[in-house]
Design a protein around this ligand. Structure first.
Ligand code: NAD
Length: 514
């Protein structure tokens, strides 16, 4: 195993070095930091998968293998659940201050290691280093936030209707939680869930996305260093082929009380079906189809800046990315002209390790094909490519930032999540028409609109069928505010004072005969 680990480290270093000079500096730092882990973390120990099975983690920019990590299957999933269950009684019995202090130590270590953690994200996810760095601060902010929330999980004393009774309401940790995370925010999606669960006294088993397990394993190393007790936080990486069987254990094992998933709506439905037989509590952060509406009264420059930020962050691979630009006819041509100029001026495609880059690769070939397919469908139905439209010469997984005009609601790009750097623009006439188009979706995560008309702002904010609304603002995520969607975008909320509710049971205690 040691030999495999060493050769994995060498491959990771070599893979990173190939990017550019600054990448090799990054590789040296990451490789030497002790944060690159290739085994699973179960019950406080670093362990191999059975049969020493491994799977490759690839650099999405080149397709080259960075390192191989333990390929956990159902057996390891069961072991991890058992470990989490064994550590549950002592973790839930700890005082909230003790848990808070340990989370704070974990936060401090994440901040101390922020540069290395950011480089790991860029290596396995491809996003530009500056964005990766922001993700680490965002990820850490949830650990900090929930370290503070840990001490504010209050119950209630409720006036009773009979004089000889007293009513108490207790909030208690639900138990072992299975956490399944996506590749697009490999650190932040983990801490947003685990931070809340650990804060209230739950123990967790995390299955990271197969594309990006290194960030989760690095966070486990730091949790270990922080002194979070063995078995409280477990991480089991797993290949795409083992994932369904692992997911099934995590969602059906009777020792698991709740599941928390971020990913596609299709996968969320599979997991919900698994969870129903044992009636587990489920928290689901699923896909979106965010409308981005620009009304005639909008501040055009503000709208273009917000559109660029919302659409092209992480090369369009965020669940709250603007997916459909609805622009009112009076401002439409000016918006398209300014947006295209801004895209051509401000967006740079290239290696995530190059500090000029704003657009890294898409996560894999499948993701590129989805964007190509949406563009060819739209063009065949009458849309025009105003800028971009094809793969970028930098590499097979790189795509030109693209803007389509003349888009109509029957096109695929207006109906399904793109998850890539494609901005389709639809023209509308009235506010009512814009609301109808925006709400004609079976998902509703984020929605954005730009307007300087206050009455319109109230009307539209209230009518949009989404969980998160940006009014004259393109970047919304923050630990203080609840994150989550309506319709098939999910169940529950993460972050904010509401985030802990996903991991709590409410118990009513009646004191009688007083
Ligand atoms: P995905 O559903 O394919 O994968 C997400 C996770 O689920 C990964 O860990 C994957 O290994 C796992 N998975 C896949 N099939 C599984 C199965 N049968 N059993 C158990 N686990 C399984 O999604 P993705 O492509 O990784 O992520 C993109 C999607 O995630 C987009 O739709 C996006 O909108 C959504 N997303 C949502 C949020 C949010 O907060 N709402 C955040 C990020 C991403």
């Amino acid at each position: 195993m040691l030999r495999q680990l060493r050769s994995g480290m060498q491959a990771l270093t070599a893979g990173l070095r190939a990017h550019c000079a600054s990448a090799s500096a990054a590789a040296a730092t990451v490789g030497g930091s002790g944060l690159v882990r290739s085994q699973a973390y179960i019950g406080g120990r670093w362990v191999d998968a059975s049969g020493s099975a491994l799977f490759p983690v690839q650099d999405p920019a080149s397709g080259r293998q960075l390192v191989e990590v333990a390929d956990c299957g159902p057996r390891e999933a069961k072991e991890a659940v058992r470990a989490a269950d064994c550590s549950l009684p002592s973790w839930r019995a700890a005082t909230s201050k003790e848990r808070s202090n340990l989370l704070r130590k974990w936060y401090d270590l994440i901040i101390k290691n922020k540069d290395e953690l950011a480089r790991l994200i860029t290596a396995e996810n491809g996003k530009p280093l500056q964005e990766a760095f922001s993700e680490i601060l965002y990820a850490a902010s949830f650990v900090e936030w929930f370290s503070e929330e840990a001490r504010r999980v209050y119950g209630d004393v409720v006036p009773a209707s009979s004089p000889n009774r007293r009513i108490l309401i207790l909030k208690q940790p639900i138990g072992v939680v299975s956490i399944i995370t996506p590749w697009n925010f490999p650190s932040a999606m983990l801490t947003r869930k685990a931070g809340a669960a650990l804060a209230v006294g739950c123990t967790v088993v995390v299955k990271p996305a197969e594309d990006t397990p290194l960030s989760a394993l690095a966070l486990a190393e730091l949790a270990d260093q922080a002194g979070i007790p063995a078995g409280v936080f477990n991480v089991i990486p797993s290949s795409r082929s083992n994932t369904p069987a692992v997911g099934e254990v995590l969602c059906t094992d009777p020792l698991v009380a709740a599941i928390s998933f971020t990913g596609s709506t299709a996968t969320g439905k599979i997991l919900l079906r698994h969870a129903c037989d044992t009636v587990k509590k489920a928290s689901m952060e699923l896909g979106g189809l965010a409308p981005f509406i620009v009304f005639d009264s909008a501040d055009l420059d503000l709208a273009v800046a917000g559109a660029l930020a919302s659409k092209f962050r992480n090369s369009g691979q965020t669940c709250v990315c603007a997916n459909r630009f609805l622009v009112q006819e009076g401002i439409h041509d000016a918006f398209v002209e300014k947006m295209v100029k801004a895209m051509q001026r401000d967006l740079r495609v290239g290696s995530g390790f190059d500090d000029q880059t704003t657009q890294g690769p898409l996560i894999n070939e499948r993701a590129v094909q989805k964007v190509e397919n949406q563009i060819s469908d739209a063009v065949s139905r009458g849309a025009c490519i105003v800028t971009g439209g094809k793969r970028h010469s930098f590499g097979a997984t790189f795509f030109e930032p693209t803007l389509l005009s003349n888009v109509t609601t029957d096109m695929l790009c207006a109906q399904e999540e793109t998850f890539g750097p494609l901005a389709p623009v639809l023209k509308f006439q009235t506010e009512e028409e814009a609301i109808t188009i925006a709400n004609a979706a079976n998902v509703g995560l984020a929605g954005y609109f730009y307007s300087r008309d206050y009455a319109q702002i109230w009307r539209v904010a209230e009518q949009l069928e989404v969980g998160i609304v940006g009014v004259n603002e393109g970047l919304l995520s923050t630990p203080e505010a609840p994150f989550g969607g309506v319709k098939q975008s999910g169940l529950g909320r993460e972050g904010s004072k509401y985030g802990v509710d996903e991991y709590l049971e409410i118990k009513y205690v009646c004191f009688g005969s007083l």
